[in-house]
Structure formats: C-alpha cells, structure tokens
Design a protein around this ligand. Structure first.
Ligand SMILES: Cc1cc2nc3c(=O)[nH]c(=O)nc-3n(C[C@H](O)[C@H](O)[C@H](O)COP(=O)(O)OP(=O)(O)OC[C@H]3O[C@@H](n4cnc5c(N)ncnc54)[C@H](O)[C@@H]3O)c2cc1C
Length: 284
C-alpha cells in the first residue's frame, strides 16, 4: 500500500527537529531508519501530517565514552553498534543482542534509538538496555531529561517519550569485565524473538558474584528477571546451579499467546533460555 500524504522535513540539528515536532504535536512522527515506521505508514496504521527525518542530525550518531558511561547516539545504526570496539569492550551484551537483529540490510538502516523508541515487546534491544541499567536522554521543547530504562518502557509499543520529544542518546554504565550472552529463540533465522534472554554476569573464584537478566517478549515491556538474579548470586557457575536458579525466570512475567507460542510454551522457553544464556555467559 501507499502511505497517506505527509509533509517532510530533514533538519540537521536536534533543536530544529524538536521545533518541527513541537509545531505539529501529535500529528508529527520521527523517522529514524524507517525499518519499522515505513511498514506502519504503508499499512496506514499511522497517518502523520509531518515526518521529521533525523538522517542528517550528525550529533545523534556514534559511540563515545563519558567517564563511567558509554554513550550511544540514538541514530547509530545497528551495523555501526556492532562494529564499535567500545560497545564490545564495555557493553558486550548490546553487541551480542544487536547481532541477532534481522539481516545486514535492516541493520544498515535500523538504529539503536529507533528500536528502543519503537518498544516492540519482541524487539531484541530493550531487554539488554534494561538489564544494563541504561538511561535514555530525551530532548523536547522544555529541555532535556534523563529516564532510566526501567521507567522508559511503559506498555506495548509505548514509552515515556512525549509527542514532541526525541530520544537523543542512550547512556550505558560501563560493564567492563562482565561476561554476557543473548539467547534468542525464533522459528526462522533473522526474525524477531519468540522469547529472548539477555544475561550479564560477573564471575569471581568460580562463583557468580553478580547477575543481570532481561527478558524479551515475556510481557508488554522488557522484564528484569530479578528472581533469577537473586538466586544466582553466590552460586557456583555450574550447569546444575544455574538451571536451578533459572526456574525463577517466569516470576513477574505476563506472556501472551500468539501464532508462534502459547503461554505455557513461552514460559517453558523463558526458563530454558535463561539457563542457557547464563551458562554461556558464565563460561565465556
Ligand atoms: C525484516 C525486518 C526484520 C527485523 N527483525 C528484527 C529483529 O529480529 N529484532 C529486532 O529487534 N528488530 C527487528 N527489526 C526492527 C529493526 O530493528 C528496526 O531497526 C527497529 O525496530 C526500528 O528502528 P528504526 O531506526 O528503523 O526506526 P523507525 O522505523 O524509523 O522508527 C520506529 C519508531 O520509533 C520512533 N523513533 C525512532 N527514532 C526515534 C528517536 N530518536 N526519538 C523518538 N522517536 C523515535 C519513530 O517515530 C517510530 O514510531 C526488523 C525489521 C525488519 C524490517
């Protein structure tokens, strides 16, 4: 299908982009990589009057260090996130999850910030962002604010972003020295997660000293598996101990049934994949 008519602007600064958004309010949409938005427009699930294309806002691209944090520009493509040595060194979990996103074509266009702002429960990047305590830096007409990942994802495809606000960058504490793994289950290669598990662990003297686990597609938003995290701490990094802790994976989740999996199957996957993710991370 062909999208409904819209006006189009391509600003080169964050300020210009916010001004354009503020003028049109609810009737404006931000265009990042377009990998999720364009299908929505073509199916006429949205018909904004204005598209604000962020493709020329250079300040929103790239990865840099800022003290104890890694700062990833919202317009950094999945491809560039994957190639970045700083991401691999300080936030390996994000690189590992990004590697599972779609195919090279989509990864060349799709952006880190676009994936987080889109907030698809089956998207692979919200759960790592949550597990790593990332902070979203938002800029709108009344200035800048920082929202922790735990408060950013509020419902299916819904975030704390206000209509005229932009997600400008994402600050991720440096998790240097932690081991990580993203375990994703899908029916065909290069597709969204039926269930995904983002795991980062710190192992000391053969024991799990700290653990951070985020679940993909086990509810309307990414979910922190705090029961598993608590059960892992102080345990030996053995398959038996890890599998026992992984039995807590469904606590606090609210999975839905769809064509790919019913609720019981998703719950079963969450336990199995959590065990695998933690074991792989701990053995890394
Ligand atoms: C064939 C295919 C397979 C895919 N497979 C996967 C997969 O396996 N795993 C996965 O996680 N994803 C997958 N995706 C989605 C992909 O990761 C997209 O890149 C992502 O969902 C959206 O990023 P984008 O930059 O294209 O954003 P867009 O499509 O441009 O925007 C998405 C939404 O976010 C808003 N938005 C974007 N950027 C900002 C911003 N900076 N501030 C405020 N709002 C913003 C837009 O207004 C829009 O509502 C797939 C996509 C396709 C087409």
């Amino acid at each position: 299908m062909i999208p409904a008519q819209f006006e189009y602007v391509a600003p080169s600064t964050v300020e210009e982009a916010v001004a354009a958004l503020a003028e049109f309010g609810d009737e404006a949409k931000v265009l990042a990589g377009g990998q999720s938005l364009l299908p929505v427009l073509r199916m006429r699930l949205a018909d904004p009057q204005l598209l604000v294309d962020l493709g020329r806002v250079e300040d929103m691209r790239g990865v840099r260090e800022d003290g104890d944090a890694l700062v990833i520009g919202a317009m950094t493509t999945h491809h560039d996130v994957l190639r970045d040595p700083l991401v691999r060194q300080h936030a390996e979990l994000i690189a590992l999850a990004t590697r599972t996103v779609a195919d090279p074509q989509v990864r060349h266009r799709g952006t880190f910030g676009g994936s987080l702002a889109h907030a698809d429960p089956a998207g692979d990047l919200p759960a790592p962002a949550l597990a790593l305590d990332a902070e979203m830096v938002l800029v709108g007409p009344s200035g800048q604010r920082t929202v922790p990942a735990a408060e950013f994802f509020t419902d299916y495809f819904t975030t704390a972003l206000e209509p005229a606000e932009l997600l400008v960058e994402v600050r991720v504490p440096k998790w240097t020295g932690w081991r990580a793994h993203y375990e994703k289950f899908n029916r065909v290669a290069q597709a969204w997660s039926i269930v995904g598990v983002a795991a980062a662990v710190r192992v000391a003297d053969g024991q799990i000293a700290e653990a951070r686990i985020g679940l993909t597609n086990m509810g309307p938003t990414p979910i922190r598996a705090t029961g598993v995290e608590q059960a892992l701490v102080g345990q030996p990094a053995t398959p038996e101990a890890i599998r026992a802790a992984a039995r807590h994976a469904t606590e606090g989740t609210s999975p839905t049934a769809d064509a790919s999996a019913d609720v019981d199957y998703r719950s079963h996957l969450a336990e199995v994949l959590t065990g695998r993710a933690v074991l792989t991370a701990a053995s890394g």
